[in-house]
Design a protein around this ligand. Structure first.
Ligand code: ATP
Length: 777
């Protein structure tokens, strides 16, 4: 019998039943979707169901459609693949198969279906929805169901989620799983590079992507590959000569390794496939480059493994949004899917996106490659440009006239963060392609001011491209970074040095100190005219606390480190099971890292400086843990996690909280504290940090370039002459320092005033089953 809840007017309304399914090729993050959908549905007073084995399960019915409880999806975030299975289903392509599926949905009382899959799966879903009324009619006409039985289901409510490693769906910047696959590829390429370099070899690496070159392109950007082939943008007819010339040039510069990345679907302008073997033959040709060349086909490792932090966040937030969308939908609502544009999760019409995706394939088939490129998202074409700009292919093709060329100082300020080096590499490459003179200022403002005098060129020197070219995947800060502010180094000294070196612009990369530095420099402009040069700040800090952006370089690397740390810790409890870990995260006075890591590992509670920690809160959380362990019949084989940001409270720290929990648990469960510390700054930067570093750094230099040389007067008048680049909602924007300083900065706490991620905090609490408490005043 259907479960029922009494409504406020005393009548009984049936609980809505929401089913979740994964379909098509599996992708990391699908389990996060299922977990989020199941728990959100239950939280919003609906019944949650899973359809196992994709459309196959829908067609077969019976045990393939199962109701899910809250604890059924425990620990799913850290599992790869899809735990509810996926399959290719031939029967669903035909109407009789879809009829069986419709009948099973009604027999199970399913009101809404959330499907996570690729464009095929979503096309199938839309077809199913369009046909629904006629399927019901036929079911009644053929006496398989009665009119009464079908009556409550006259409209099929469907929402799509895009799960695919290829990132091939138009209308969304990222699909669930694509950043995990990219991370895997970059990890492999990093390994291969080490051996390639040792033997001075060339490697041709084939990656997935039959119609979509996103993986190959982004891997090219993230690893600084020598040459790439993608389906959307085939090379010119002379690609053989071009590739050999580029590689020859890199070798002449002194490079000991050659990496060529080829998408599975790579071809020339006439649609003839370009295979790794063809490339191998060219590189190894005794009469040509004669390189010792190997082919590596990455294959299914790209699909496997657990989801990276970003995919855990994306799958969870999109899963939550999908449940909201099905609940809000009316028969008039257009069928939607959940997309992400830059940093904003949005609902978009499903069929439009599927059509646009198909148009890309058609354009490629018709050899209309400009159209294919234009149909991809802005980020894709931006990154294509980034790639071309940062390989020597174009280093001398886009030179500016001499009088427009600038001397630009590059400086790192604050703690090191993943992506700083990739940003510098990209900025330098862009400068070189335009004829600018990029200059390294070593060790921040401290290095700039102190090494002057006896060794005036020691800390300030031009970049050497061969050296910088190897920085794409390097962690830390190669030019050195320092926390000192210009005021501490001596503003007059800094102003004099800028004049002395004749800098026309300054490109800063760093965290809150860098932000503070730009603010100081801007304010000192009236006093020191030499500071009237354009300055652009690219935020880079694990804390992600810089005003003007929702994302700073390094925060993704940090989240990945934290998530894998927490996964391991959680796993370590599998022998004892009843253990709570209290883990202290970095982040300064900003709770972003703690919160998003908490989202990614399914934390039972997260404590942040923004919210603080109170006795009430602790009491409620301890009570909750007691309940959870009392009901845990051993289904879950891992421990539970609480994350606390290092500056959440002056009194309660990880150790004290762990002690309190232990004391209260009365031996029914135990607890431990753990501090990952500097591990969080990461070793090798994440693929996302490297790619974003490249894209944003180029934009920063372009921005500086718009001012040109000797623009003192314009710089004074134009607020954007001291600007911060950031991802804000659905766009990449420059914000004037002046506005950020005055309106968006919480100076005492060194963080942004309002933060988009406060909403994420609520999701962590809801999905972690945390009893909702009042925020302390
Ligand atoms: P990926 O390409 O990322 O592996 P996908 O969702 O595109 O994922 P497909 O194999 O194309 O994978 O589709 C998965 C399933 O969706 C199919 O096996 C089939 O059951 C159903 N499906 C796909 N296209 C249609 C369609 N046009 N009509 C009905 N059902 C479809």
């Amino acid at each position: 019998a259907p479960s029922a809840t009494p409504a406020t007017d005393g009548s009984v309304t049936r609980k809505k039943k929401i089913a979740i399914m994964t379909s098509g090729g599996d992708s990391p993050g699908m389990n996060g979707v299922v977990r989020a959908c199941v728990r959100m549905a239950i939280h919003l007073d609906c019944d949650a169901f899973c359809v196992y084995e994709g459309y196959e399960g829908l067609v077969r019915g019976g045990d393939y459609i199962r109701q899910m409880e809250w604890h059924d999806v425990r620990g799913w975030l850290s599992e790869g693949g899809t735990l509810i299975g996926t399959a290719r289903c031939m029967e669903f392509y035909e109407r009789p198969g879809r009829m069986k599926a419709a009948k099973n949905m009604i027999l199970n009382g399913i009101d809404a279906l959330i499907i996570c899959g690729g464009d095929g799966s979503l096309t199938g879903a839309d077809r199913f929805r369009a046909e629904w009324p006629s399927l019901l009619k036929e079911l009644v006409d053929t006496n398989q169901l009665t009119a009464e039985e079908v009556a409550p289901y006259s409209h099929l409510n469907i929402v799509g989620l895009v799960g695919s490693i290829d990132n091939d769906l138009s209308g969304t910047d990222a699909t669930i799983g694509c950043y995990s696959a990219l991370a895997r590829i970059c990890e492999m390429v990093d390994y291969i590079e080490a051996t390639a370099s040792s033997h001075s070899r060339a490697f041709v690496i084939e990656v997935m992507g039959r119609h979509c070159g996103w993986l190959a392109l982004m891997a090219g950007v993230a690893t600084g590959a020598d040459f790439i082939f993608i389906p959307e943008k085939p090379r010119e007819d002379n690609w053989r000569e071009e590739m050999c010339a580029v590689i020859q040039r890199h070798r002449t510069l002194g490079k000991r390794k050659t990496i060529v990345i080829v998408a599975e679907g790579a071809h020339d302008r006439y649609g003839n496939r370009i295979s790794p073997e063809m490339i191998h033959e060219l590189l190894a040709d005794k009469k040509g480059l004669a390189l010792d060349t190997r082919i590596t086909t990455l294959g299914h490792v790209q699909r496997g493994g657990t989801a990276v932090a970003y995919d855990r966040m994306l799958s969870t937030l999109q899963g939550v949004e999908a449940v909201r969308a099905v609940i809000e939908a009316t028969p008039e609502t257009e069928t939607c899917f959940i997309a992400i544009t830059e940093n904003k999760i949005v609902r978009k019409p499903l069929m439009e996106a599927v059509q646009a995706t198909k148009s890309v394939s058609k354009a490629i088939e018709a050899h209309d490659f400009d159209l294919a490129m234009s149909l991809r998202d802005t980020e894709f074409s931006d990154q294509y440009r980034s790639y071309m700009m940062t390989t020597t292919v174009q280093l001398d093709k886009q030179l500016l006239p001499t009088e427009k060329r600038m001397k630009i100082g590059f400086i790192n300020v604050g703690a090191p963060a993943g992506g700083m080096n990739a940003a510098i590499r990209a900025g330098v490459a862009y400068c070189l392609s335009r004829g600018h003179e990029p200059i390294a200022i070593h060790n921040g403002f401290a290095g700039f001011s102190r090494h002057h005098g006896d060794k005036p060129l020691g800390a300030v020197r031009p970049f050497d491209w061969l050296e910088v070219d190897g920085w794409a995947s390097k962690g830390g800060s190669e030019i050195g970074t320092n926390r000192e502010l210009p005021s501490e180094s001596g503003m007059e000294e800094i102003a004099n040095l800028i004049e002395q070196y004749r800098f026309d612009g300054l490109f800063l990369i760093g965290g809150f100190e860098a932000f503070h530095a730009v603010s100081q420099l801007r304010k000192a402009r009236d006093q020191y005219p030499s500071l009237c040069i354009p300055m652009a700040l690219l935020p880079a800090t694990v804390s992600n606390n810089v005003p003007g952006t929702e994302y700073s370089l390094g925060s993704d690397t940090c989240l990945n480190e934290l998530v894998s740390y927490c996964d391991k810790i959680k796993q370590s409890a599998s022998a004892t099971r009843r253990r709570v870990f209290v883990i202290e995260t970095q982040g300064g006075k900003c709770g972003y890292i703690a919160t998003v890591a908490g989202l990614g590992v399914g934390a039972s509670a997260v404590y942040t400086p923004e919210e603080g920690v109170s006795l009430d809160m602790l009491a409620a959380d301890v009570r909750h843990l007691k309940e959870v362990f009392a009901h845990d019949k051993g289904q879950s084989r891992a421990g539970r996690l609480i994350l606390i940001n290092e500056k959440s409270s002056n009194v309660y720290n990880a150790k004290l909280i762990a002690d309190i929990i232990r004391e209260e648990a009365h031996n029914r469960f135990e607890s431990r504290d753990s501090i990952p510390g500097h591990v969080q700054q990461g070793g090798v930067p994440s693929a996302m940090d490297r790619c974003r570093a490249t894209r944003l750094a180029i934009k920063c230099i372009e921005h500086i370039e718009t001012f040109g040389r000797n623009a003192h007067n314009r710089v004074k008048k134009e607020p954007l002459s001291a600007a911060v680049i950031g991802i804000k909602g659905a766009s990449v924007v420059f914000s004037p320092m002046e506005t950020l300083e005055a309106n968006e900065t919480d100076w005492p706490n060194r963080r942004q005033k309002a933060s988009y991620w406060f909403d994420i905090k609520e999701v962590v609490d809801v999905l972690g089953g945390r009893p909702l408490h009042r925020t302390p005043e």
